[in-house]
Design a protein around this ligand. Structure first.
Ligand code: E4P
Length: 215
């Protein structure tokens, strides 16, 4: 499973990228607004740090407008993936952008049936929002499992990207469910590094190492 960072914070992206574990980045209007920066400038900065798919979201509402905005966003950098929200207009736009060879990420997916429509439209990436599904009292991971199974049964090329990840257990479960990618808030990525026994183990080794002359 590839790991993406779900943020527009450039310091966190640099920190994650330095560990060599970040394969791509997803952004959305809320994440960019939280940074108080221009969308295009920040996406280009991210492209300089991470050499992988960088999702940037469209905000238009008609198919024609989404296609036009998507073309514009795609022209920013070769690694940019155009994020389009699931809707009738969104699907029409995805199929047109995909016919032009533009990579797309169908976002705000909450059911396997929506994932099926997104893949038929030609979406490169499909993003079920695990945490928000859990919040609604359903099992977000089940949507990931079913969507992956549909892609595998019919040998469909779309990749399932587990989004709206809220905690470290979501990461393990997404990997077991066969998600191709999980996009993690920085906090969750950095939490993955730690285990109480690892941290205690390091302290113990350091204390013992102080008893001899370092090499
Ligand atoms: C995915 O691409 C979205 O940016 C993100 O995962 C949304 O998650 P949230 O539910 O934490 O806002």
């Amino acid at each position: 499973m590839r790991i993406f960072l779900d943020t527009a914070n450039i310091d966190d992206i640099r920190r994650g990228a330095a560990m060599g574990v970040v394969d791509g980045v997803t952004t959305n209007p809320s994440l960019v607004a939280a940074e108080g920066v221009e969308y295009r400038d920040r996406v280009l900065e991210i492209c300089d740090v991470v050499d992988g798919p960088i999702s940037a979201e469209t905000i238009s509402e008609t198919a024609d407008e989404i296609v036009e905005e998507g073309r514009r966003i795609a022209s920013w950098h070769e690694n940019v993936v155009v994020k389009v929200a699931m809707s009738e207009a969104g699907l029409a736009a995805i199929s047109r952008l995909s016919a032009e060879g533009i990579s797309t990420n169908c976002t705000l997916v909450f059911s396997a049936n929506q994932a099926l429509l997104a893949t038929r439209a030609g979406a490169t990436l499909i993003s079920p929002f695990i945490g928000r599904i859990d919040d609604a009292g359903q099992d977000g991971m089940e949507v990931v499992r079913e969507s992956v199974q549909i892609m595998e049964t019919y040998h469909l090329p779309s990749q399932i990207l587990a989004a709206s990840v809220r905690h470290t257990r979501h990461v393990t479960e997404a990997a077991i469910a066969g998600a191709h990618i999980a996009t993690l808030p920085p906090k969750v990525l950095f939490q993955l590094i730690h285990h109480p026994l690892t941290d205690v183990g390091i302290q113990r080794f350091l204390a013992d190492a102080a008893k001899y002359t370092p090499v």
